[in-house]
Design a protein. Structure first.
Length: 384
């Protein structure tokens, strides 16, 4: 009797083990297969994830805080529109990556979400389908064939294809599903995408499949501006030095013109003639001729009235100026080389008016040179 009871008791235990084991297999099967997970695409925040990392922070500062607007040469509204446009393009690129990753992980896209299929399912265009034995066989064969294609350096998914550069043009590449090869899809001309530095625009260039800052173009522009600034600064220095000498000679001529015969001593005439000879020999620099691109840069200068003073003064004062030069080594012995009192007075009065006119006319040249030097310096400081 006890043996029978033990036998029944063991049958019950075995039965329970079978039931529990079967339920375990059922639940395990439910977990491993047939479950579809959804992951929603969430674009990065425009301020936290995009600005600074994918776009110069100055544009965002101008757009959202009205800072650095003078640095990028935009108003706040313009900067905000520019930032939003760049952000939308970035989000589109990120969503393309999201879609490619979803499909590569046995999922399909619906709206802005990725639905990942279970282990016993295969992703279709918009649903998860059960794998039949034949479908699994075909799928395995396709995977083996695709693996061979990938091994040969070709592609299986769009994500296998990296963008490329052709000159300054960036090409986004996609995988051709028929030949499993990377092909061009759409292009972006980096040379038409400017990076703005104040009043200047430097076009971007393509490197490693991405539009990036054109460091070489920026360096070349800075070198050009530095040379231009030095050119105009040197012109200003030389012009100012010449103007100082001319101003001194002008005032001496004016004094001699007013005082007349009272100042007509041999020593005074010798000193004055030496100074006049030195000034006229140096003259005012021809700013237009000093510049490397005179035809373009000197268009606003008074190039016509920048003359060689020695030649102009000789024509203006005539023989009297030459007779003044005769006094540089002492009073000339010949009577015809000496200056008569009225000739000396007239020569000084004429030289005063002449130098006065020259200084007035050179004001325009000096102002233009100063303006160009300041502008070249301003543009140089705008660049990074």
């Amino acid at each position: 009797m006890s043996i029978i009871n033990k036998s029944k008791s063991m049958d019950k235990k075995n039965f329970l083990r079978i039931i529990i084991g079967g339920l375990g297999v059922f639940f395990l099967t439910a977990i491993l297969g047939g479950c579809t997970q959804s992951i929603k695409f969430k674009p990065g925040d425009i301020r936290d994830d995009f600005c600074g990392a994918h776009l110069n922070f100055q544009y965002c500062k101008c757009a959202f805080h009205n800072d650095f607007c003078d640095k990028i040469g935009m108003k706040r509204g313009e900067a905000k529109k520019y930032v939003n446009e760049k952000y939308e393009k970035w989000v589109e690129t990120e969503f393309d990556k999201f879609k490619n990753g979803c499909r590569a992980d046995n999922g399909y896209i619906k709206g802005k979400a990725c639905f990942k299929c279970g282990g016993d399912e295969i992703a279709g265009d918009d649903t998860c389908a059960d794998r039949s034995a034949e479908a699994v066989k075909e799928d395995e064969g396709t995977e083996e064939a695709n693996d061979e294609v990938v091994d040969q350096g070709q592609c299986k998914y769009d994500s296998d294809c990296e963008p490329i550069c052709e000159g300054d043009v960036m090409w986004k590449m996609g995988c051709n599903p028929r030949g499993n090869i990377c092909e061009k899809t759409f292009d972006t001309d980096c040379a038409s995408d400017p990076e703005i530095f104040g009043s200047q625009q430097i076009m971007k260039t393509c490197q490693n499949g991405t539009c990036v800052r054109n460091e070489e173009a920026i360096a070349a522009r800075k070198q050009e501006l530095a040379a231009e600034k030095k050119m105009w600064s040197d012109a200003v220095k030389e012009t100012n030095a010449a103007r100082d000498n001319i101003r001194t000679a002008m005032m001496d001529a004016n004094k001699n013109c007013i005082n007349g015969i009272a100042d007509m001593t041999n020593v005074a005439i010798i000193e004055f003639s030496t100074r006049i000879a030195s000034v006229l020999a140096g003259g005012i620099p021809d700013i237009a001729a000093m510049t490397a691109s005179a035809a373009e840069k000197a268009a606003g200068l008074a190039a016509e009235h920048v003359k060689n003073l020695a030649g102009a003064a000789t024509d203006y004062a005539g023989d009297a100026l030459q007779r003044l030069y005769n006094y540089q080594t002492g009073e000339p012995a010949e009577t015809e080389k000496k200056l008569a009192p009225h000739e000396y007075i007239k020569l000084n009065c004429d030289l005063y008016e002449y130098f006065k006119g020259v200084l007035a006319e050179s004001d325009a040249d000096l102002e233009a040179a100063l303006k160009n030097a300041t502008e070249a310096d301003r543009q140089f400081r705008e660049l990074p």
